[in-house]
Ligand binder design. Structure first.
Ligand code: G3P
Length: 218
């Protein structure tokens, strides 16, 4: 399973890249706003900065909600850097835009997916990724991980090449559940990724190893 980091924070992106396990980055307008990035040119430059840090795909989201606006923005974003994947919301104009951009060999990530039916339409339009938001489904008492399993099963049964990118991942347990559910990618906050490292037996075992070494060597 691939790991993307879900942030526009350059320090966190660098930290995840330095770990050597990062496969890409996802951003959205809220994450860009959180970093205080405003104005079209600054936003575009920020995407380029992210691409220069990581080796993998970087999702950059369109703001337009009409077909013409989405394809114009999508083409501009894709032209910024070969690693850019254009992120498009799962609405009617978005599905049309994904079909159009796919025809131009521009890769897309269909975002704000909350049902298998939405994922099916995005995949049929040729989306490179679909992004089901598991945390937000859990928030309203529905089964986010169950949706990942349902979409992954559907794509595998019908041979869709679209990858299931689990988004709105909130914690380490979500990542482990995504593996079981068959997600191709999980896009996560940095602390959910580093949480995978934590085990008390690793800490106590290391402490004992070092204490035993020091008994004889200090
Ligand atoms: O990947 C989508 C993500 O940024 C949304 O996360 O925690 O706002 O639901 P959250």
């Amino acid at each position: 399973m691939k790991f993307f980091i879900d942030t526009a924070n350059l320090d966190q992106i660098k930290e995840a890249q330095d770990l050597g396990i990062l496969d890409g980055v996802t951003t959205n307008p809220s994450l860009m706003a959180k970093e205080g990035i405003k104005g079209v040119n600054n936003i575009k430059q920020h995407y380029v900065n992210i691409c220069e840090i990581v080796d993998g795909d970087v999702s950059a989201e369109v703001i337009a909600t009409d077909f013409e606006g989405m394809i114009k923005e999508g083409e501009e974003l894709a032209a910024l850097h070969p690693q850019i994947v254009v992120k498009i919301p799962c609405i009617k104009a978005g599905i049309k835009a994904i079909k159009y951009l796919t025809g131009k060999n521009i890769r897309t990530n269909c975002t704000l997916i909350f049902s298998a039916g939405q994922a099916l339409l995005a995949a049929k339009a040729g989306a490179t990724y679909v992004s089901p938001f598991i945390g937000r489904l859990d928030d309203i008492g529905t089964d986010g991980i169950g949706l990942i399993e349902q979409i992954a099963g559907m794509f595998s049964r019908y041979g869709f090449e679209t990858e299931v990118l689990a988004a709105s991942v909130r914690h380490t347990m979500h990542i482990l559940q995504c593996i079981e559910a068959g997600a191709d990618v999980a896009t996560c906050p940095l602390n959910a990724i580093t949480g995978l490292l934590k085990h008390p037996l690793t800490d106590s075992g290391l402490e004992t190893f070092l204490a035993d070494y020091n008994k004889l060597n200090s």
